[in-house]
Design a binder for this molecule. Sequence first.
Ligand code: NAD
Length: 494
Amino acid sequence: MQPFPVPPDEIPVGGVWQRGRGSASRCVDPADGSVVASIHAADSAQVDAAAAAGAAAAADPAWRDLLPHQRARLLCRVADAIEEHASELALLQTRNTGKALAETSALVASAAGTFRYYAAALETLEGELPPRRGPHLTMSVHEPIGVIGAITPWNSPIASDAQKIAPALAAGNAVLLKPAEATPLVSLALARLVHAAGVPAGLLSVLPGPGSVVGDAIARHPRVGKLAFTGGTATGRVLGRIAAERIIPVTMELGGKSPTIVCPDADAESAVAGILYGIFSSTGQSCIAGSRIFLPRAEYSAWSRLLTEGAGALRLGPGTDPSTQVGPLATFAHRDRVAGMVDRARDEGARVLCGGRIPDSPRLAQGAYYLPTLLAGLAVDAKTCQEEIFGPVGVLLPYDDEEDLVAQANATAFGLACGVWTEDYRRALRLAQRVEAGTVWVNTYKQFSISTPFSGVKESGLGSDKGRLAIRSYQRQKSVYLGLAEEPIGWALR
Ligand code: NAD
């Protein structure tokens, strides 16, 4: 492998790259425990400086007065820059998160596509002229909010960062991005490309550090006019409370415990491949992981055998090995958390069908690996079936009929995604309507398109990301009345 350049310990604060003044944090490669880089966190004074510079840059006529097609051109240049540096970005993210290179390469491509998509959306979005109701013409216009606080998790940083930065910039704002503490490297690299592409540097600050310190300072900063959050539901509640106190808008993409449903007529090869991908790709560290797998009771044993054989055959290894299907967990602490949750599942009475432990291969001994795990024998209300594990752990659950299935699938506080495997499109549509989820995949799973809105229901989120109208969620609406009457308003006349 090529020598890996150690990223500099600098963060962009209001247009100036500098050393963070908070505590230092080591970015560790979870495939072997080696230190990839050390990055100092931002402190509250740097958050303040970034917010002031962001507000000034957003209000600067050089940015504020750009026409949509001019701003779009800058976004396209960012997309070009990401594509030019695609392999470095993918490797950086693999080294920092453990994800397989094939996955991080897809995330980098998706980030470039996101910038290009919002450039196109910006150029083609139209305003509204509501019907006239009097002697005036009303225009509904959309204006930037000013400074956006974007807070993202560690599982897919470049894609989740781009999904916030691109529509926020398209909408005319500045962004303060707070990446996850353990995985800031690709977000910092993205900022360098955004600046190099000609986006005024004050418009994008990247402020790594602990969520309860740096994230909290961003969320409470008086200049921040909207919060765009992706992460866990518990953090979402904290940020929702701050947004409520400050009366600012917030969008939240939160956790999940998504059902994947096998119907009796499902095509076995497609269903098994899709279910394994849905729960074990990204080593299960995916908000939309299909972690509750519903099987028809009459054929439970046959499906269970197929899935267990498939899970047992998955290839574990470092993300940099092209043959790897399941990489390490993103951090050693998270691997230990996942192991603890499987131990608790055993205490709840779970049978471990496969995995359920750290692999014993010497080849994997230095990394944060955990074997793909399938559990059975739990009731749908067991803690293991209710709480997000965010690791390579799926639970098999039998169902009797469609009523029982829908009741069990919806018996969760979450509502992020659902998979349905059936050849019967009527049944597919019925289930798609009845299962409470923001996204339903039929005969596929974990497919994404930037042009399709993404949201969670129940405790999985608030508002949508993606799609053309995401730009509007980073803007304020204003109504302008142009009086057309030739005569003064009669009320004040004597
Ligand atoms: P997390 O909620 O712990 O952290 C997410 C981000 O919030 C991090 O940057 C963190 O530093 C910050 N943060 C934490 N506490 C904060 C606070 N008090 N104030 C401000 N910021 C704070 O989540 P995580 O462990 O990084 O990520 C995993 C979670 O993210 C899972 O629940 C997963 O389902 C969810 N997720 C959801 C989606 C989605 O689109 N719905 C996508 C990816 C991940």
